[in-house]
Design a protein around this ligand. Sequence first.
Ligand SMILES: [Zn+2]
Length: 193
Amino acid sequence: MSYRPDKVKRREYVSKDIIFKNGKLRVTQLFGERPEFYEKYGLKGHEGIDLGFTSDDWTLFSPVRGYVWKDFDVVRNGYGNHVAIVCPEERIVVFFCHMEKNFVSEDDQITIGDKIGIMGNTGNSAGAHLHLMIFQWEGNPANRLNADNGYKGMVDPIPYIQKWLEYSNVKDDIIFDKRYIDQEQIKKYKGKL
Ligand SMILES: [Zn+2]
């Protein structure tokens, strides 16, 4: 099964706070980039996207409805302080990584626009940013799809983010930060934005 936006029912409640306040999203690294760096982690490339701040407000907001599946308060691995949110209606898990702090605990019910935490620089991170990643599942979140895709089942979050922004009537496009992202890489998203 793949993600089919047309099959996801229009969400009843929307917030303009999608990941960052008012959906202000600046991408500093795309999915799949830097294969030479991620090889040592057993990955074909970057297994999520990185988002940088656009204002002094580093609060992070949930883009989905669901519940908190995992809450890693202890900075014990590469992802630092991170949480995983299950979204049953989209059959995905969304990870917020490298946070300074988080406001949620396992099994907390989450709705769109809920405050998840504060962006930070914990774990294997060189500067404050949000590493956001997504995997798809079938049946239950322990049954991860595409686990052998070279990214441990993670998929490109940008098509999801575009849909979330659209649902929430956020008019601003995602910013692809040209200082960090190769122009050739950005081209594959042109026409969808
Ligand atoms: Zn990252």
